[in-house]
Write a protein that binds this ligand. Structure first.
Ligand code: G1P
Length: 277
């Protein structure tokens, strides 16, 4: 059973300056919900009720968002506006929230290792809230969980990306063992297109087995001088212990302005307007 999910949320979001000068990038709003809430809802829907934020300075708004706002509740109690709080109230009720600080930004691997305190010795999910995902049939995290529950190994979500995009991602090499499911044999973080082992890019959803922490402790900085989760996963992969799932659904790169606008249009058309009907 996977109960815990880590959200690395310490990053600065410089691509959205000045919007992110004093506001966490994870609180940027896609239509009427902050990015991070979509991610937390995805974790909760997969039964991951213990939500752990690996935060940094200036991220208080995230903590406040997942807590009751008594003054606001009091103000709008009994009015038609109350319904707009129903979703977040449910999230707060279902989830248990904790956080720890990443004192310096040394990469995603370092952020996940910092989260060890919140996880302990059990398999756990990781969601990068910048990658906004809408699964088909089931959420992307649920799709990974189904694979993990069967194989008991680390699982990463992947999608095919065009060659000119490949250097933005961790990229896998592997053998397809079931339709859309790969046993990973190699992984490389942000390769040049000519060195990429495939066009299968890792996107921000992972389920990791807890031995990853010891591996991370011994993983030297890699691409960009940062401790990379991709490098740590490669150590597991060499033992045949990592799977990659081509998930069913859509993913938007909300860490970029273009992806963010696309996501906004998608949510408005497909979720918001439909909910209103
Ligand atoms: C991180 C990971 C990378 C992955 C990507 C998905 O990179 O290091 O392997 O492909 O997320 O969004 P970042 O986007 O933080 O540079």
């Amino acid at each position: 059973m996977v109960r815990k999910c880590i959200f690395p949320v310490a990053g600065y979001g410089t691509r959205f300056l000045p919007a992110t000068k004093s506001m966490p990038k994870e609180m940027l709003t896609v239509v009427n919900k902050p990015l991070v809430q979509y991610g937390v809802e995805e974790a909760l829907a997969a039964g991951m009720t213990d939500i752990g934020f690996v935060t940094g300075r200036g991220k208080r708004a995230i903590h406040d968002h997942f807590d009751i706002s008594y003054e606001l509740e009091h103000q709008i109690a009994g009015t038609s506006r109350e319904a707009r709080l129903a979703g977040i109230r449910e999230v707060i009720e279902k989830g248990k929230f904790s956080s720890t600080r990443q004192k310096s930004m040394k990469g995603l691997g370092h952020a996940i290792l910092t989260g060890e305190l919140l996880v302990g010795n059990e398999p756990f999910g990781v969601i990068l809230a910048d990658d906004l995902c809408f699964g088909e049939g089931a959420s992307v995290m649920q799709q990974l969980l189904d694979v993990h529950n069967y194989y008991g190994q680390s699982v990463v979500a992947i999608q095919e990306v065009p060659e000119d995009q490949i250097s933005k991602f961790g990229v896998i090499d592997g053998t397809e063992i079931e339709p859309g499911l790969y046993r990973v044999s190699g992984m490389v973080e942000k390769p040049n297109p000519e060195d990429a082992p495939s066009n299968l890019a890792i996107i921000g959803r992972y389920i990791l087995t807890p031995d990853i922490f010891d591996i991370l402790r011994n993983t030297p900085p890699g691409a960009n001088g940062e401790v990379q989760i991709t490098d740590a996963l490669l150590t597991q992969a060499k033992k045949g212990r990592v799977l990659a799932l081509k998930f069913k659904g859509r993913r938007f790169d909300c860490g970029s302005v273009d992806g963010f606008v696309e996501a906004t249009n998608f949510v408005y058309q497909n979720l918001y307007l439909k909910d209103k009907q």
